[in-house]
Design a protein around this ligand. Structure first.
Ligand code: FAD
Ligand code: 2HG
Ligand code: ZN
Length: 478
């Protein structure tokens, strides 16, 4: 049966685009190198028609499919289980730009376009595509939409969902839903587009998308500040909202531990101010007038912040290179954590106002649980999204720390998140890693509705089974 399926897939996409054995290595291990799956094969279709035919062949053989883009996801949702029975469907070959409509300010692209290439194409067309994240050199727009990715510009432009006007999707029974319109208004019933966005490959395979483009700002400025506390960071955020209005495009917080890891592993990056205060804040403003207008507004903001003693020290980048260097430091935290050793991540969101109390309470509880635990906190404070990550105590065995404490640490963090009215996944999704945590923090009614939607759209449980939700038909391990 499996040999027959592989032969059928080869007929659809060509022999070269069905990978087996060692050739599947890059597709079966997650980005953090924590989990190794095994695939029956990796299939690489080159068109929507081929995706539909692959899905039909797999449905006929009752073989499950794991859709995959850049495989940069952080919740182990893009790799197959260890059974060796699932097909990985890679969208990376589908990377065409189908259309640009400057008057409608939209671009239509295939799902496998790498985010950085999409940004570049839109830039060359004289517009801005604002989705921006550390993995942009390898993640794909299909993966961004499937996870409803956030990143560093959400405070101004919203997350991936807010940037998408239309989708083309191959359904679990191999039909093509053509919803690729560029409409800003469409109230013709249930919102299918928003159902597929954020569904992590469990409801359909996104093959193309129509996305919003924005005017390019006349100027962009970046500032780096040292702040004494999260309360001060929150007050700075409020002040920035008031003084900059829609010009505020980024507001990132980083604690001393996070910056110390960047300093340790990448000393050439010369992290500014990290020893001065417990937190630093990176701000970005975009201006529709001019660089001097933007600079004057930024200077007024920072002067007021210093007068109110919210900011201890600050620099404004002099040019684009300096701005890029400051952002590079921020984007290097994930890599510095990986270089330090395996770690435990929590991608949480809370009302911005609750973040200081949440962090104080959780820091204390974790220090009591694991004396010396390193608390690596950073993230998109402007969106109330904190990456509340942890690392083994200095000098101790990282793998042993994860094996022994991952669950207990997670419980402390998620209980506190829940208590403060937050979410256990702000932007990375649920995947396999958080699937069994979800029932503890999501209402039974919401979970039941999600199960019914899954059952309606994928009754045979063929699309990324056991991800997000535990499949009802079986135990759903792995
Ligand atoms: P993959 O990892 O391949 O897949 C992710 C999920 O989407 C899987 O469940 C997969 O089955 C599904 N999927 C992929 N393509 C499709 C498709 N075409 N149709 C249906 N389902 C599909 N995320 C953020 O939100 N914000 C950040 O700031 C951020 N920063 C990151 C920084 C680094 C260094 C790294 C490694 C990751 C970061 N991420 C961030 C996480 C990750 O980059 C995002 O989740 C990204 O959107 C995943 O895109 P991808 O193409 O790699 O998807
Ligand atoms: C970021 O904001 C990413 O840099 C990754 O979402 C966060 O490594 C992490 O936990
Ligand atoms: Zn993030």
């Amino acid at each position: 049966m499996q040999t027959q399926l592989i032969a059928a897939l080869q007929r659809i996409v060509g022999d070269n685009n069905v990978l087996v054995g060692d050739a599947t290595a890059d597709y079966v291990t997650d980005w953090r190198q924590r989990t190794h799956g095994q695939a029956l094969c990796v299939v690489r279709p080159g068109s929507t028609q081929q995706v539909a035919e692959v899905v039909q062949a797999c449905a006929q053989a009752q073989v499950a499919i794991v859709p995959q883009g850049g495989n940069t996801g952080l919740v182990e949702g893009s790799i197959p289980q260890a059974t060796g029975e699932q097909v990985v469907l890679s969208l990376r070959r589908m990377a065409a730009v189908r259309a640009i409509d400057p008057h409608n300010m939209t671009i239509t692209v295939e799902a496998g376009v790498v985010l950085q290439n999409l940004q570049k194409t839109v830039d060359e067309a004289g517009f801005l595509f604002p989705l921006s994240l550390g993995a942009e050199g390898s993640c794909t727009i299909g993966g961004n939409l499937a996870t409803n990715a956030g990143g560093t510009q959400v405070v101004r432009y919203g997350n991936a969902r807010d940037l998408c006007l239309g989708l083309e999707v191959v359904t679990a029974d191999g039909q093509v839903w053509e919803g690729l319109h560029g409409l800003r208004k469409d109230n013709t019933g249930y919102d299918l587009r928003n159902l597929f966005i954020g569904s992590e490959g469990t409801l359909g395979i996104i093959t193309a998308a129509t996305l919003r483009m924005f005017p390019q700002p006349a100027a962009q400025l970046t500032a780096w500040t040292a702040v004494a506390s999260l309360e001060a960071a929150n007050a700075l955020l409020a002040l920035a909202h008031t003084q900059l209005g829609a010009a505020l495009t980024g507001f990132e917080v980083m604690n001393q531990q996070a910056l110390q890891l960047v300093d340790k592993h990448y000393p050439h990056l010369r992290v500014p101010m990290w020893q001065q205060t417990p937190f630093c804040v990176l701000l970005e403003a975009s201006d529709s007038e001019s660089e001097s207008h933007a600079r004057a507004a930024f200077e007024r903001l920072l002067e007021a912040a210093m007068e109110q003693e919210l900011v201890v020290d600050a620099i404004i980048a002099e040019n684009l290179k300096q701005a890029h260097d400051l952002w590079h430091i921020r984007e290097s935290i994930t890599l510095a954590q990986a270089a330090e050793g395996v770690n435990v991540k929590h991608d949480v969101s809370l009302p911005v106002s609750r973040i200081p109390a949440f962090v104080a309470q959780t820091d204390a509880a974790l220090q009591a649980l694991v004396p010396g635990i390193r608390l690596v906190n950073f993230g998109h404070l402007g969106d109330g999204n904190l990456h509340y990550n942890t690392q083994a105590p200095e000098g101790s065995d990282a793998a042993a720390f994860v094996a022994q404490f991952e669950d207990a640490v997670g419980e402390v963090v998620y209980q506190a998140v829940h208590q403060h009215g937050g979410s256990i996944s702000a932007e990375h999704g649920i995947g396999a890693l958080k699937r069994d945590k979800l029932p503890h923090y999501k209402s039974p009614v919401a979970l039941e509705l999600m199960q019914r939607i899954k059952q309606a759209l994928d009754p045979q449980q063929l699309l990324n089974p056991h991800r997000v939700l535990r499949s009802r038909a079986s135990g759903g391990e792995g």
